[in-house]
Design a protein around this ligand. Structure first.
Ligand code: CP
Length: 297
């Protein structure tokens, strides 16, 4: 049996495919009615080990808007808590046309993908958040006043899953990234290697250095779900990486949300005229609709 096409990270698509996906996202956004029957009769299972607002709602609303249907599965209310990932995913694969999975560990994501007989979409794990990156790239393309090759995005704080996916996506499109993290919190090696190979990534130790010359300033939580027991040491490590009005300057501000006000960012920045966080959240819907159509058609 032929293996289905999965979307576990942006490394699963070519540069050309990423550009096509973003172009399609813009078309879906501009003319949603044209796609209203694209996934008629199709079902998406949405499996969550962790909490979510944007990912759950945008995928579910997206499937409805495409003429399909989505089923929400809270991991804790299923027999994934008692059975093997292999048996549960193979069963679900017999009922639905695609699975979106939010996992704590990338190893669980890979285990699920290895057996799934339908396309599996990574809705976030500890290493990647590729659906977020699709929406972020769509947002950057909409907002930048420069050619992509002259656009610079700074990411400050924790070199986490959101940062890793953005590094790969930016490098594929020729967008420059400047990442500022404390020692020990650098992005994932595979993402760094990819960004550097494309000459699109520079790493810094200070937030001020990272944002220099950047058009966009992006940050995310310092304490991801599952890292709560590291709270004290993380708050200490990241104390100089908060995005304040002074650090932001006249750059666009991006955050994947939820934000932890007073930690990685101030309320003033979130509410400022330079903040594009809600447009960024909205683009999750358009980009994921394009992804679903692309994977399922
Ligand atoms: N950015 C993001 O993935 O949001 P949720 O965790 O609310 O889904």
């Amino acid at each position: 049996m032929e293996k289905p096409r999965h979307f576990l990270s942006l490394l699963d698509v070519s540069q050309k495919e990423l550009s096509e996906l973003l172009a399609m996202s813009a078309r879906v956004k501009k003319n949603p009615k044209k796609f209203s029957r694209s996934l008629e009769g199709k079902t998406l299972a949405m499996l969550f080990q962790k909490t979510s607002t944007r990912t759950r709602v945008s995928f579910e609303a997206g499937m409805t808007q495409l003429g399909g249907h989505a089923i929400f599965l809270d991991w804790r209310a299923t027999n994934f808590t008692r059975g093997a990932i292999k048996d549960e995913i193979l069963s679900i694969s017999r009922y639905v046309d695609a699975i979106m999975f939010r996992a704590y560990k990338n190893s669980d994501m890979v285990e699920a993908a290895n057996v799934s007989t339908v396309p599996l979409i990574n809705g976030l794990d500890n290493l990647w958040h590729p659906c977020q990156a699709l929406a972020d790239l769509l947002t950057i393309k909409e907002k930048t006043k420069k050619p992509l090759s002259k656009t610079t995005v700074a990411f400050v704080g924790d070199g986490n899953n959101v940062c890793n996916s953005l590094i790969v996506g930016c490098a594929m499109l020729g967008i420059h990234m400047r990442v500022g993290t404390p020692e020990g919190y650098e992005p994932y090696g595979k993402a760094v290697e990819f960004g550097k190979k494309k000459n699109c990534l520079k790493l810094f130790r200070s937030a001020e250095d990272a944002v220099e010359g950047a058009d966009f300033a992006y940050t995310d939580t310092w304490i991801s779900m599952g890292e709560e027991n590291e709270r004290k040491e993380r708050l200490h490590a990241f104390q100089d990486y908060r995005v304040t009005p002074h650090l932001l300057g006249n750059r666009f501000f991006m955050h994947c949300l939820p934000a932890h006000i007073g930690e990685e960012v101030t309320r003033e920045v979130l509410d400022s005229k330079n903040s594009i966080i809600y447009g960024q959240a909205e683009n999750r819907l358009h980009a994921q609709k394009a992804l679903l159509v692309w994977l399922l058609k």
